[in-house]
Design a protein around this ligand. Structure first.
Ligand code: SF4
Ligand code: ZN
Length: 283
């Protein structure tokens, strides 16, 4: 691992990975062993590696899977998540989008935006609603260092201050929002894949068919080539932002929030984006 100047065997790698996850949880005061954690799992390597590591570290962690109804991709990933939950003997909650609104491909027929933009909003809405209804203290997602640096890079390119303010491994609990954390924010995609491989975790390797051509993929490629030339630049870019820039932005952080007139969920507009989508789809 050139960026850490380390070479480890399998067992020491697993130990190193789990220690690093635990120290990230403590450093950012994400949660403790007394908290009930809801891990948002997609069937991919990151979220399953996270769930595995949290359970092994002794945290109370259950899973939440949102079935987006994206053909074979969703079918396969749901089966993988279900059998993983059985293997680790933890509860898995499932939201069927088809029952709540409609599947992502059906919504795509009536919404001209890229699928990822409304899909992301839908996932955040149900994660929050489920965690609150089921009385979990915190939601954990498998976002990794590559995801975080790609988003950071894109927000810096356009100096999107509002997004930069919200880019932090912890989003505090407020006004109907359950606390959200990213315990894998310091681990790369490759490091998560290696942890999954060493622990014989089966995960979905196919990409979601809607992911193709997204700008975050091209930023990831760009940052990967930078990392190859200068190992450690990705983690430096991210951690120095958190250390030097985020505290300045966070000073005047204020969220104007009320509740949606239709469903009562927290929303920055009178009617939340999910209720607007429901109206569009006709449910
Ligand atoms: Fe949803 Fe886009 Fe992710 Fe597919 S790639 S699951 S559409 S956010
Ligand atoms: Zn609503």
């Amino acid at each position: 691992m050139p960026s850490h100047r380390l070479a480890l065997c399998k067992n020491h790698y697993i130990e190193w990975f789990e220690r690093r996850v635990e120290s990230t949880i403590k450093e950012f005061k994400m949660f403790s062993k007394n908290d009930r954690v809801l891990v948002a799992v997609s069937g991919g390597k990151d979220s399953l590696a996270l769930w595995h590591a949290l359970v092994k570290l002794g945290y109370q962690a259950d899973g939440l899977y949102i079935d987006l109804g994206i053909g074979e991709y969703s079918k396969k990933s749901k089966e993988i998540v279900k059998s993983f939950a059985q293997r680790i003997e933890k509860n898995l909650h499932i939201v069927e989008l088809e029952r709540e609104i409609a599947t992502i491909p059906t919504i795509k027929e009536v919404d001209s935006r890229p699928a990822c933009s409304f899909c992301g909003t839908i996932k955040r809405y149900y994660m929050n609603k489920m965690a609150r209804d089921l009385k979990y203290d915190v939601i954990a997602t498998g976002h990794n260092l590559d995801d975080e640096t790609a988003v950071l890079f894109s927000n810096v390119l356009s100096w999107n201050i509002d997004y930069l303010k919200r880019q932090y491994p912890v989003l505090r609990e407020e006004k109907g929002f359950v606390k959200k954390v990213k315990p894998l924010c310091k681990m790369t995609e490759k490091e998560n894949a290696l942890y999954a491989f060493f622990n014989r975790i089966e995960y979905i390797e196919d990409e979601c068919p809607f992911a193709e051509g997204s700008t975050s993929i091209s930023y990831k490629k760009l940052l990967a080539s930078l990392e190859e030339q200068s190992p450690g630049s990705k983690i430096r870019f991210y951690l120095e932002f958190l250390r030097k820039v985020h505290p300045i932005l966070d000073k005047d952080y204020q969220k104007s929030l009320s509740v949606c007139k239709v469903c009562g969920e927290p929303s920055s507009s009178e009617i939340c984006p999910i209720c607007r989508l429901k109206a569009k789809v006709g449910v």
